[in-house]
Write a protein that binds this ligand. Structure first.
Ligand code: FPP
Length: 264
């Protein structure tokens, strides 16, 4: 069971001057990021793609810290899709090395700031040593409660939906569930993001305007923000721009603007 951190009792979000532009009550509870552009960033500098990913891993460190300081309770990063297995094996291996280094180097900070690490995806497909390290980091951080860091690894939105459907079908066969009882809430509880709110904001870097098989079910009403900046250059300043832009939006969830105003 995942406990969603509650920040409602925090009325100040940070001493950092950049956060002055934010309204604490309107902070997104869940931010998801498609970290794109590592390869192009490297290519522009005549570096290898692996160098691009190394620089991208540094952005992960910076942005996780920034989200923690700002008070974003859930951050979900798309680190490796199922489709990414098709990349050259040297690149895939380098990504697992970077993930392992990240998990080792950040554990103390996760414990110090009560960050819970969670994985979304078919993580049994990861190399055994990486899987074990990931699992032990998740175990060690399991009772942390200030922030959840979800890493999507070997993740595909479509296969997550198929997996949930298979589990639901199995539950019907054993009479745990009746087909007619299945509703959206029950379906959601069979996804990797069970018990978490859907992302309020999706940020995609590098200017690409695609969902790329990420959180397909969960993004039904997510606000989309595309940053032109490549992921290795994405810093707190760009995160702030995305959050400020998000806070200016009116989320109507299918209702009229007038109805939403009345609710406020
Ligand atoms: C997309 O850029 C990025 C990835 C497929 C990998 C993301 C990995 C990291 C940021 C580093 C390691 C992760 C952690 C959690 C430490 P791309 O390679 O598709 O870029 P391109 O479109 O410019 O080629």
């Amino acid at each position: 069971m995942v406990t969603v951190p509650n920040i409602s009792d925090k009325n100040t979000i940070s001493e950092q001057p950049t956060t002055e532009r934010l309204t604490p009550e309107k902070l997104p509870q869940h931010v998801a990021i498609i970290m794109d552009g590592n390869g192009r960033w490297a290519q522009q500098r005549k570096l290898s793609r692996i160098e691009g990913h190394r620089a991208g891993a540094e952005s992960v460190r910076v942005i996780v810290r920034a989200c923690r300081r700002i008070g974003i309770p859930i951050l979900t990063l798309y680190a490796f899709s199922k489709e990414n297995w098709q990349r050259p094996s040297r690149e895939v291996q380098a990504l697992w090395r970077l993930l392992s280094n990240y998990l080792k180097s950040e554990l103390d900070e996760m414990m110090e700031h009560s960050i819970r690490l969670n994985a979304l995806g078919d993580i049994t497909e990861l190399p055994k040593a990486v899987y074990r390290l990931l699992q032990s980091t998740m175990d060690k951080t399991a009772s942390n409660h200030e922030m959840i860091l979800n890493l999507a690894l070997s993740y595909s939105g479509r296969s997550e939906i198929v997996r949930a459907t298979q589990k639901l079908a199995a539950a019907c066969l054993t009479k745990e569930l009746e087909p007619g009882d299945i509703n959206e809430a029950i379906f959601s509880s069979y996804l990797f993001t069970a018990n978490m709110p859907d992302p309020d904001l999706l940020i995609r870097t590098s200017g690409e305007q695609r969902i790329s098989n990420f959180l397909l079910w969960q993004m039904a009403y997510t606000e989309l923000y595309v940053s032109p900046v490549y992921w290795p250059e994405f810093r707190e300043e760009q995160l702030m721009e995305a959050l400020v832009d998000y806070q200016r939006r009116e989320r109507r969830f299918g209702k009229t603007g007038e109805q939403k105003q009345k609710e406020v």
